[in-house]
Design a protein around this ligand. Structure first.
Ligand code: AHR
Length: 304
């Protein structure tokens, strides 16, 4: 409902997925900082990677009568009923960093990157880097059923589609975590002649790449040289790996999804203006040529 005098009048429920990655932890800190700055009363719920916990949290927020709900949805499907409940209660819902497969009139807007584009940027980098050489790629996917896992896979596949010399030979989920990224990479290395048949790793986030880099080193190979590493997020740790020559490229995802979300909400509450259905954040490519330690220092202040 329009008419709140200022952000200070607002109570917002935020259902966060969990803390599977460095990026996710930064998004949580930035959201809390943004709420504090704007004097929004933020009710925070950590779902520990479970959709059922997110649905429970949303129902709790609806029962409390919050002014709005922010949700980073762990997977794409299964939201229709609870989103309808929020709509019936006239509570606007804003999706942060991931999309859902539900009717767009069940939420106000989604603040996220273009995830297909992110995958494409990563794939285009590899295409350029390998040139005409044959390149077998192993892929670490994000959480199964999540929009970034689905879309980043598609974008990368689109980028390499017309380059017959580049093929994805193995692809498995690493659930966006460092530990799983390492474990799955160990399996890839074993299955691919100790890693000698692998030219590049594409990881759907930096945390899985960092775990995989460890596995590559333990297998006696040089990450960044023997196996090229390209991933997504641009968390500080990947810049340290780049500075050490152990990672090659990353695509930046801002952890500040909450800023544009609060802006849109405040405007709506003030005068009823509805934001566009999608608020798209930038996807910038970083490589070893971008002074990784300088970027590392800059990133450290931004919620990481
Ligand atoms: O939805 C964004 C993705 O979720 C990030 O790339 C990843 O690190 C996180 O867990």
């Amino acid at each position: 409902m329009a008419g709140a005098a200022s952000a200070a009048d607002l109570t917002v429920g935020f259902s966060q997925i969990g803390s599977e990655s460095g990026w996710r932890a930064a998004e949580t800190s930035v959201t809390k900082q943004e709420a504090e700055k704007r004097k929004v009363d933020l009710k925070f719920a950590d779902a520990q990677q479970k959709q059922e916990n997110q649905i429970k949290a949303l129902r709790g927020f609806i029962a409390q009568g919050v002014d709005a709900i922010f949700i980073a949805p762990v997977v794409e499907t299964g939201w229709d009923t609870v989103l309808q409940e929020a709509k019936d209660a006239e509570i606007p819902v804003i999706l942060l960093d991931r999309g859902v497969k539900a009717s767009p009139d069940l939420y106000m807007t989604v603040v996220a990157s273009d995830q297909v584009h992110e995958g494409k940027v990563a794939g285009d980098w590899l295409v350029k880097d390998v040139g005409d050489k044959t390149c077998n790629v192993v892929e670490l996917q994000g959480t199964t059923g999540s929009s970034p896992a689905i879309n980043r896979k598609k974008g990368f596949e689109d980028a390499i589609a017309s380059h017959a010399n580049i093929k994805i030979t193995r692809s498995q989920t690493g659930d966006f975590t460092r530990a799983k990224g390492k474990e799955v990479m160990e399996g890839f290395l074993k299955a691919e002649n100790g890693g000698k048949n692998i030219c590049a790793l594409y990881a759907h986030n930096d945390d899985m790449a960092v775990g995989a880099i460890q596995a590559i080193k333990e297998a006696g190979l040089k990450p960044g040289t023997d196996i090229k590493v390209v991933s997504i997020d641009a968390v500080p740790d990947i810049f340290q790996a780049m500075a050490a020559g152990e990672a090659n490229a990353t695509v930046e995802l801002t952890p500040n999804m909450a800023g544009p979300a609060f802006d849109a909400l405040e405007k709506f509450k003030a005068d009823g203006t509805l934001p566009p259905k999608q608020i798209i954040t930038e996807s910038k490519l970083y490589t070893q040529a971008d002074d990784p330690m300088k970027v590392y220092e800059e990133k450290k202040g931004l919620g990481y």
